[in-house]
Design a protein around this ligand. Sequence first.
Ligand SMILES: Cc1cc2nc3c(=O)[nH]c(=O)nc-3n(C[C@H](O)[C@H](O)[C@H](O)COP(=O)(O)O)c2cc1C
Ligand code: SF4
Length: 551
Amino acid sequence: MSKNLGELAGRKGVNQTLFEELGIAARPAGSPSVEKMERLADEFVMGKANVYGAASFYDFLKPGNKGKKVYVCNGSSCMTAGTQSSLKEKLLNHFDANEIGEMCCLGRCHENSSFHIDGKNYSGNAIDEIISIKKDNSVVSDKYNVSLYGTAVLTAAFPGIKEYYSILAGALKKTTDELLQELKVSGLRGRGGAGFPIAIKLEGCKKEISTQKFIVCNADEGDPGAYSDRYLLEQQPHRVLLGMMIAGYISGADMGVVYIRAEYPEAITITQKAIDELHQQKLLGENILGSGFDFNFKVIGAQGAYICGEETALLSSIEGQRPEVRVRPPYPVQKGLFNKPTVVNNVETLACIPYVIKNSGQKFANIGIGKSTGTKLISLDGYFNKPGIYEVDMGTPLSVVVNELGGGFRSSIKALHIGGPLGGLVPVEKINDLAIDFESFSKNGFLLGHASVVCIPENFPIIKYLEHLFEFTAHESCGKCFPCRLGSTRGAEMLKKAQESDYKIDRKLFDDLVETLEIGSLCALGGGLPLPVKNALQYFDKELSVYFKRS
Ligand SMILES: Cc1cc2nc3c(=O)[nH]c(=O)nc-3n(C[C@H](O)[C@H](O)[C@H](O)COP(=O)(O)O)c2cc1C
Ligand code: SF4
């Protein structure tokens, strides 16, 4: 069924998608009307149920979104900092309660407090300027440290379009096999979480025979605590765009789609502006630099759904289908967007490509350690004395990141949640055992993931944090498989009840639930939740034991 829908959705191409039409239809009231959805269903030859099913999935298209004028961030960093309820109270002096919604997460984790009004994000402190913000939607600056420890692959100063795109001119003179070989030698692995080698994906797509192929940049950066993709899109957009173009040249794709989360409105505008600059410089379109290579971009703003960061859900989202995770195989490189061969990569992965092509795969491979080559961007939250984005060589000790780059903690911290909601919960006593590389983390029972760091203060109950993770999963579950759909809600209920009454959680039942999630979930949302839960049960057993009974 969804295979046919994928074909149908592609008839109008990527420049006019049902997904975007639904977003446009939602603008006046915050949610598309039933009449409009029915008209869109007819226009796109989709079933009415399919269109309604898609629209009702997203936070920003749901009827509950109607009438919202301001949103407070409810991501993990803002939650552990406990800043948002007082922010909400202050907002109540300027808005009705039903005009205030929630967003997760605005990527201002360096401030541990944030809100969104009318397409712009503000720091929590900007509440003091709320009257002028309401009046003229003024932009309040967003300052965070950006610093380097090792090689500048991603954070080097941008030299200007002319000089930077000489990398493209050089690449287009080489064969696609030569470029692919450089990427193989580089050992570049995906930065979006799974660490899959990019060269294998590009080679897979290159081998497919098709009249149309796509490069999709996954800029959905949904992990609360992470804002490194936001940094790249807002401050280094050409690294990402050039990476996509070279990926397109290698794999035979002529269209790049940048799918950017709605919670990053500035990133959407800046990326589009960078694409416009490329058009002005005649670096896009047909026969680029006389090479015979054609390439264009399309920016798509998402509508608020964490699961759309999962690559197959993301593709369904662009197609205007309900963004449910797809069973693989077929893999996106075989049947991806509109059933055409598609390479999906994270922002940071793509942004590394120009460095590899300019400096050689070997030079990139010389940075880092073992199979974790190159550098990694780390996002530090506002519990650090020097919060910000840090680029470090892979293999850098975590203690250096925490104590030297981050300047230590500004209050007492008991654990670091590294790598997003599905990453490991690292107790502070393990900091000295870890280094920023995929293997170091997995060997120690954690996950590097996208390398965001959310601090859990000493006085923040771990049980409350676990409840937050189960609730997050329950809210974001695509609902396709029941261990995740039901298990996340049951887990959240148990953890809540144990905090609010003298109810004790049956440990065996809880362990069964966690195991079912781990082995029975289709994707790493339900399948990944057990990792931080098991870390918590192992390292915070004493704190948690009062909430459990052993049968
Ligand atoms: C629930 C879930 C959310 C995800 N969110 C993101 C995301 O926001 N950004 C991202 O790049 N990858 C995300 N991923 C991983 C993607 O599915 C995919 O592996 C990635 O885009 C591949 O790019 P990479 O190889 O460059 O990392 C997510 C995966 C899951 C299971
Ligand atoms: S694990 Fe959850 S998000 Fe993933 S496919 Fe199953 S229901 Fe969907």
